[in-house]
Design a protein around this ligand. Sequence first.
Ligand code: DGL
Length: 213
Amino acid sequence: MKLGVFDSGIGGEAVAAALYTTFPDASIVTVNDRANVPYGNKSKEEVISLTDAAIQPLLIDSDVIILACNTATALAIESLRARYPYQKFIGIEPMIKTAASLTAARTIAVCATPATLRSERYHGLIDKYGSSLKIIEPDCSTWANMIENNDINHQIIKATIQKVCEDGADVIVLGCTHYHWIKDTIIEYANGRAVVIEPSEAIGRRVRVLLEQ
Ligand code: DGL
């Protein structure tokens, strides 16, 4: 089985690591676009064109291409599916449905890039699963760059996470794969007040279902 994994930067490797656990025998090829990261502050047109260019090597022989990037999924997956109808794609999106099923406080925080939070796909998810919830969208606009450059300002992350917990969120959705790398830190700062969720395991299950179809 050949899996192609794309992210703008190191978020893809976090997802690929989780996929290796689920599919130890798979051949997993990861591509990124470090020259243009972060995508989260770019326009839809830019993200479509950059993602399209970056995934070209994966189009040759991937059984499925995983857009391990919430931003590229939000802005580009529909164009890519239309342009490459014979290629299977799986995207990654903020886990609003799961968060809605977990929150007792009816309040969740979604940590994601500005482009994801602005996107129609994200708003569609909120309308479908989160319309009865209070949704806190903290400013995480600098996080992807910090994580990409391994230059993490812990004060910023800590203050953000503590604030969403003080504002009542009992579920924190990691809606950017870069943040998977600091999941343990976020759990520590939430200090038991909120559960932290991200979709690595769910992606493995989705890949299995798609390839069995
Ligand atoms: N890792 C990406 C995501 O899941 C995007 C980070 C960025 O390039 O801004 O949204």
